[in-house]
Design a binder for this molecule. Structure first.
Ligand SMILES: Nc1nc2c(ncn2[C@@H]2O[C@H](COP(=O)(O)OP(=O)(O)OP(=O)(O)O)[C@@H](O)[C@H]2O)c(=O)[nH]1
Ligand SMILES: Nc1nc2c(ncn2[C@@H]2O[C@H](COP(=O)(O)OP(=O)(O)OP(=O)(O)O)[C@@H](O)[C@H]2O)c(=O)[nH]1
Ligand SMILES: [Mg+2]
Ligand SMILES: [Mg+2]
Lengths: 291, 278
């Protein structure tokens, strides 16, 4: 992992006495490689290394007996600070029903995550309603209905109607059913599909969600920056959910998405089962990305 | 890259940057740029536009393979097993393949061997109806091996040309799920000794370096004869296939460029190479 590589870098430099800025540059190169291999976006890596280097040429490293370890600590702490820090709790409305909307690329894990989120809310004593706004994908509505049955959470569907109308109608339906929460499941879409992105903008303007959550696959590569930037600039995101973290990808997309949108990662998907949704821990994620 | 740049360190760095941002991966990008540098030096090239055509050739070469078409003539029914991680686009890609074969007047049967995920069977049934092909399925929760066994019998009985098997998405680090998919392959081999003609790994073009681990582990578990690279209609470049090509020599056979049944094309290394730099 990175700590071994940095140890090797500084082993070669032992016996030279004080560490110089050039030596730190060598170490920064190793960090850069590790982050790129972990799928952190190229530009995000550049900015991040710039910030870390400023601290790495400070006294805490240059005077240290274990400069490699010092640098790892700085990198880890900077990364955890970058990914943490903003409001990671869910926002609830003072006038129910609270409305959450899940958005993202095709196959990211939205439908599954919507059901998992419903389960978490039920545990908190709330009464969620899952809403089937994906009218495009074959059996998408059925998929949400099956998940609703498996979790004992009601699902509102209006078949092949406009997603905008379904979202609007779900509010009255929730109130009549005594539900204080609505979670909208939307169709996967490309950030460059202006018609589909406009559909989300219309839903947002009509029902004013309290949370717009971008669902991102943890194995996403360099494109994570493009995707999250587009979704954020068109919709204004309130948070991110990173899925499939039970895989073995390093998950550098987490750093990219946070760096580019400033949005908190609020939850992580840790499996296909409906109880596999956990809070996001920035320092755990930092360790994972650094390998 | 502007076409009138001189070949200095900045130029080579910029080339590296483009490749890394296309998900080619650091090591593969460095190797590729080094190779191109050497070729440019040997040929005494000083014009950056000529370098672009060298690198396009190099990329095409890495991706051009024998056996880059589907291999179905050897046996009837030709069996295609489709595998990959969750959400990559397997089920949709199967619909697209079925549509392609149907248009070539081939008799196609599909097998719904994802008996686990909510509404997976319903999803494939809708596609089968739209394309106009038969689907062999059991109930949700049934043994996927049993579905495969039934589907092979049906394909033999109906003299189908092609049988395409949909499997549940699985992350490659889940040992028990990888055991299950190896077992499904063994079931096919029991019924058809030469085994499936094709095992297609479906890879999402937005995937980063984890794709290499996916290819390695699925190759170990079931063998992989080809890759279907999906969602290339997005902004991701799918550069991960270069690392996979150089390490595992697995050819990309198809690319997915949309959500409709006609949104699939044969892989064209030339088109791919050019798109990397757009
Ligand atoms: N291992 C694992 N699988 C997951 C996780 N989240 C979702 N999945 C799986 O990923 C696949 C895609 O999930 P969906 O919920 O259908 O994704 P989606 O974003 O709704 O897809 P579209 O509606 O087509 O855009 C399914 O096989 C899910 O079971 C996770 O955290 N871990
Ligand atoms: N834009 C685009 N979307 C695609 C493409 N291929 C598949 N999709 C979409 O990706 C999502 C997931 O596709 P599926 O076919 O359900 O993926 P899967 O691998 O079978 O998923 P699991 O069975 O849950 O593992 C769906 O919304 C598809 O419409 C493609 O080439 N382009
Ligand atoms: Mg969905
Ligand atoms: Mg599927």
């Amino acid at each position: 992992g990175l700590s071994q590589r940095l140890q090797d870098v500084f082993k070669k430099l032992r016996g030279k006495g004080k560490i110089s800025e050039d030596d730190v540059n060598l170490a920064m190169r190793e960090v850069r490689l590790a982050l790129l291999e972990a799928d952190v976006n190229f530009k995000v890596v550049k900015d991040f290394i710039g910030r870390v280097k400023e601290r790495a040429i400070g006294q805490e490293v240059l005077q240290s007996l274990t400069p490699g370890q010092q640098i790892i600590k700085i990198v880890h702490d900077e990364m955890a600070a970058l990914m943490g820090g903003s409001e990671s709790k869910l926002t609830f409305s003072s006038r129910p029903p609270t409305i959450f909307m899940a958005v993202g690329l095709q196959g990211a894990g939205k439908t599954t995550t919507v059901a998992k989120l419903g389960k978490v809310l039920v545990k908190q004593g709330r009464k969620p309603l899952l809403v089937a706004c994906d009218i495009y994908r074959p059996a998408a509505i059925k998929q949400l209905q099956v998940l609703g049955e498996q979790t004992g959470i009601p699902v509102f569907a209006m078949g092949q109607n406009k997603p905008l109308d379904i979202a609007r109608a779900s509010i009255e339906y929730a109130k009549n059913r005594g539900c204080d929460m609505i979670i909208l499941d939307t169709a996967g879409r490309l950030h460059i599909d202006s018609e589909m992105m406009d559909e989300l903008v219309q839903i947002k303007e009509a029902v004013k969600p309290d949370e717009i959550l971008l669902v991102v696959d943890a194995m996403t590569g360099q494109d994570a920056v493009n995707v999250s930037d587009h979704f954020n600039s068109q919709l204004g995101l309130s948070g991110v959910i990173l899925t499939k973290l039970d895989g073995d990808s390093r998950g550098g997309a987490a750093l990219s998405v946070k760096a580019v949108t400033g949005c908190a990662i609020k939850f992580v998907g840790m499996g296909e089962k409906l109880d596999a949704l956990e809070p996001f821990y920035p320092d755990r994620m930092a360790s994972r990305i650094l390998g | 890259i502007q076409s009138t740049k001189k070949l200095d360190e900045d130029f080579w760095e910029e080339l590296e940057e483009i490749l890394i941002q296309a998900d080619v991966g650091v090591n593969t990008s460095l190797e590729l740029v080094e190779k191109v540098k050497q070729t440019a030096r040997k040929k005494k090239i000083s014009d950056s536009s000529e370098v672009m055509s060298i690198i396009a050739d190099e990329v095409r070469e890495m991706l051009n393979y024998e056996g880059a078409e589907l291999n179905l003539q050897a046996h009837t029914p030709g069996i295609i097993m489709v595998v990959g991680v969750n959400g990559a686009g397997k089920t949709t890609s199967i619909a697209k393949l079925a549509y392609m074969f149907k248009n070539e007047q081939q008799r196609v049967i599909l097998a719904a061997a994802d008996t686990f995920r909510a509404a997976a069977i319903d999803q494939l049934q809708i596609w089968a109806d739209r394309v106009g092909v038969e689907l062999i399925k059991h109930q949700e929760g049934a043994d996927p091996g049993a579905v495969v066994f039934d589907a092979i019998s049906a394909a033999k009985a109906r003299k189908a040309d092609v049988l395409i098997i949909d499997t549940a998405g699985r992350l490659q680090n889940k040992t028990n799920l990888m055991k299950e998919i190896s077992k499904i392959r063994k079931i096919i081999e029991r019924e058809i000794p030469e085994g499936p003609q094709e095992v297609l790994l479906v890879l999402d073009a937005t995937t980063g370096q984890n794709a290499i681990s996916q290819a390695r582990i699925f190759e170990e578990a079931t063998g992989v004869t080809g890759i279907v690279l999906t969602k290339l209609d997005g902004t991701a470049k799918g550069g991960i296939i270069l690392g996979i090509a150089s390490e595992l020599k697995i050819p990309v056979k198809f690319v997915g460029v949309g959500e409709g049944m006609d949104d699939m094309k044969a892989f064209d290394p030339e088109v791919f190479a050019r798109a990397l730099f757009e």
